[in-house]
Design a protein around this ligand. Structure first.
Ligand SMILES: [Zn+2]
Length: 413
């Protein structure tokens, strides 16, 4: 299976690109389609790497636009958890299909997911052609460590049946919903099997105060003591990490994924300290969080919010530059997240963004992408050498939207 892209712009130069068996085989000025190859005329579009959504709950698209305007805990306890208790596999499947369509159309080709019925999400990811690291959310707040272990094993087993586009992970929900015993067990299992771990950490100031009161240490030190902080760990949020915690996270090689829009919507009252994290050497990625608390999955839109909130919080317009913000959104500042390089031998995942769109025609491309563009500037999205978005269109989108709306209606959302 070969796809040849012609007439693309890479760093201002006209190039062609050949994809063979899902991998970039060649890229350069002299690459052109051969007879019998599928050809995509990029029409002078910019060739750029795709975005990586480092933290989301894909099927929560079903919760979009309902139950907002609440703080984190009442939102979870009153609006989210009671409905989640009723979720069927088909609900998760269609919610995740909608999420995949939205992410692809706005330039995301890989995401990190924590959600119920992980096999249904894996099926949606496979059918959509996108890539994901998936973990079943693990809680033992209202259950037992035995039930949590069973849930973890079941999730890993179900996810192992899927192909290379799906990476299984462990996803303990948070330090306030998972016991010390279970967190320690998850850390051991992750080390034993080399599995990534995703956990919400330091999202609210209350979480930090409670951790100090209960364990006498701040959240990152608590996790480290339980063997949960390693180069396989993704910490979602990290809003309240202090300088000592940032130094520890950097030393352990763990990744922090910041979710600025969800943090602002839930009004957590702080901003992830990116300049300090970067200076400490912390690996950083960008996420949308679930559509229940964002409510969009357009990472390109959140990229602008990320850059702006960092500048605003620092009262310094140089706190982050466009190229650095773009690198964070593509996963290039966090090796674990799975950034794609545009070079031979790399997976054939890339975006073609319209050079003649109103937002991108004038000025520096990086600045335009971060501060001006929306998903509408993306013409084509290719994953593993397959065109998944063509001229901004996701095939079958009407049915996906209708089926997801039907499932949300069934749940009373
Ligand atoms: Zn989350």
């Amino acid at each position: 299976m070969t796809l040849a892209v012609e007439n693309a712009l890479l760093d201002g130069e006209r190039v062609g690109l050949r994809c063979e068996d899902g991998v970039i085989a060649a890229i350069g000025a002299d690459v052109a389609a051969q007879p019998g190859e599928e050809k995509l005329d990029a029409g002078g579009a910019h060739l750029v790497p795709p975005l990586v959504n480092g933290h989301t709950h894909a099927a929560m698209t079903l919760f979009r636009g309902s139950g907002g305007d609440l703080p984190l805990m009442p939102w979870l306890e009153e609006k989210i958890w009671p409905v989640e208790a009723k979720l069927a596999e088909e609900d998760v499947y269609w919610g995740a299909r909608l999420a995949c369509a939205e992410m692809l159309r706005s330039g995301t080709t890989r995401f990190w997911d924590m959600y119920w019925q992980p096999a249904a999400t894996a099926r949606a990811v496979t059918d959509a052609g996108i890539r994901a690291t998936i973990g079943a959310p693990l809680f033992d707040l209202h259950g037992s460590p035995e039930q949590l272990r069973e849930m973890a094993h079941r999730g890993l087993e179900e996810l192992s049946e899927y192909g290379p586009a799906i990476a299984p992970a462990l996803a303990p929900h948070a330090i306030y919903t998972v016991s010390e015993e279970s967190l320690r067990w998850i850390g051991e299992l992750s080390a034993e099997r080399g599995l990534p771990v995703q956990i919400h950490l330091s999202e609210t100031e209350k979480e930090v105060q409670d951790c100090l009161a209960e364990h006498g240490e701040r959240p990152a030190f608590y996790l480290d003591r339980l063997g949960m902080l390693s180069e396989r760990t993704v910490l979602a949020h990290g809003v309240w990490l202090d300088p000592d915690e940032l130094a520890l996270v950097a030393e352990r090689g763990a990744t922090v994924v910041t979710n600025p829009v969800a943090n602002m919507k839930l009004a957590v009252g702080g901003v992830f300290p990116h300049p300090a994290a970067r200076a400490a050497g912390v690996a950083v990625g960008l996420g949308t969080d679930g559509a229940g608390s964002n409510d969009s999955l357009d990472l390109l839109a959140d990229l602008k919010a990320f850059a702006l909130v960092q500048k605003h919080a620092a009262a310094d317009p140089t706190a982050i530059e466009a190229a650095e913000a773009w690198a964070v959104a593509t996963g290039a500042r966090a090796p674990l997240l799975g950034a794609t390089e545009l070079e031979p031998g790399a997976p054939a995942d890339f975006l073609l963004v319209r050079a003649n769109s109103p937002e991108l025609g004038i000025g520096e491309l990086m600045a335009d992408l971060v501060y001006a563009a929306s998903g509408a500037a993306i013409a084509h999205v290719v994953v593993a050498g397959e065109i998944l978005v063509r001229d901004g269109e996701v095939p079958g989108l009407d049915e996906i939207v209708a089926r997801a709306a039907e499932r949300a209606g069934r749940l009373g959302l």
